[in-house]
Design a protein around this ligand. Structure first.
Ligand SMILES: Nc1nc2c(c(=O)[nH]1)N[C@H]1C(S)=C(S)[C@@H](COP(=O)(O)O)O[C@H]1N2
Ligand SMILES: [Mo]
Length: 315
């Protein structure tokens, strides 16, 4: 197995123009050095130069060791350690993503090409799982709106549907007698939620390409919603007229709704959503409990999307 070593570039040291040129270099290196040459070797994390942003500058990021070890990704098993333990054979490159449905210019995009031409940003977001744990993650990605605009959504498009890859040979949770969910994992957003500037497609975290367990090579991040909206390893995004089905709603509609906005005043039927455990940073689980904020603290930016809606009925 040959790994190429790419010197780490501090994103704070580079300008957007440098970022662009540097990324071209890295892609050329990756192609020449054969990041995926052996076929079965996991792809090494590669740095993704990204423009620093003000998002989350006042937050303390969850240690990377926790972000990449404590995961939900049922395609690799239902335990929090399963995704890290069982995703080594998953091949996130090469990869393409089809954006279709109610669009004037539906298209299949190559991920390496997308990353080379999108303005990549680092954004530190608070993340809140419906199971009442939370993290602060420095994502690298670009607004979903930038991708959707390229396919020119039609006036009839009202929702966006997302789909995860199905690869039982690489995803042990997708084969065998016990299957935790119906595959593919599917998710959805209203079009205005999808176009919101806070909604991003992430291709990296902590300045490097996504580890498989976090949804390589590309996953959704919607920081004001519960974590299950953040669908991983996306292969298809479709513009639709009607509200698309979502995996956890299919599995248990009484507990998981379409909106899934973080809301400390609307409890899950089996537990309170008023507080959360911030993962990591030492200490025993539960020692780091804090109040959960409306819309996960992003109310100023997103509350207007839901003006007049009953958030208890639309959970
Ligand atoms: N395809 C797929 N995407 C998924 C999941 C999953 O099981 N399969 N789990 C979701 C849940 S419940 C959470 S909390 C987040 C966790 O993301 P992280 O492991 O990167 O923190 O991924 C979401 N995306
Ligand atoms: Mo979750």
């Amino acid at each position: 197995m040959s790994l190429i070593r790419i010197p780490k570039v501090l994103s704070s040291e580079i300008t957007p123009r440098d970022t662009y040129l540097r990324r071209r270099e890295l892609l050329a290196l990756a192609a020449a050095g054969g990041l995926a040459a052996s076929g079965i070797a996991p792809v090494a994390a590669a740095p993704i130069p990204a423009k620093k942003t003000e998002f989350g500058a006042d937050e303390t990021p969850t240690p990377k060791d926790d972000v990449i070890a404590y995961n939900n990704f049922y395609e690799f098993g239902t335990g929090k350690g399963d995704p890290a333990a069982n995703s080594g054979a998953f091949k996130p490159t090469p990869w393409s993503i089809t954006v279709d449905g109610l669009a004037a210019k539906p298209k299949t995009f190559d991920i390496a090409d997308l990353m080379a031409r999108m303005l990549m940003e680092e954004r530190i977001y608070r993340m809140r799982c419906v199971e009442a744990w939370s993290m602060v993650i420095p994502w690298v990605g670009f607004p979903l709106a930038a991708l959707l605009r390229e396919v020119e959504p039609l006036g009839s498009a009202k929702y966006v549907a997302f789909e995860t890859v199905v690869r039982p040979e690489e995803m042990p949770g997708q084969k065998g007698f016990f299957q935790a969910l119906a595959w593919p994992y599917v998710e959805g957003l209203r079009l205005d939620e999808a176009m919101h500037p806070l909604t991003i497609l992430a291709t990296g975290l902590y300045g490097e390409t996504l580890p498989n367990q976090n949804g390589a090579p590309i996953r959704l991040v919607v920081p004001w919603k519960y974590g299950f909206k953040g669908i991983k390893s996306i292969v298809r995004i479709s513009l639709t007229e009607t509200q698309p089905p979502t995996s956890w709603n299919i599995a248990n509609a009484g507990e998981y709704g379409f909106y899934a906005n973080v809301n400390p005043t609307v409890d899950h039927p089996r537990w309170s959503q008023a507080t959360e455990n911030r993962v990591g940073g030492g200490g025993f689980f539960g020692a780091n409990r804090r109040d959960t904020l409306m819309f996960n603290g992003y109310a100023d930016e997103v509350a207007s999307l839901y003006a007049g809606m009953d958030l208890k009925a639309n959970y």
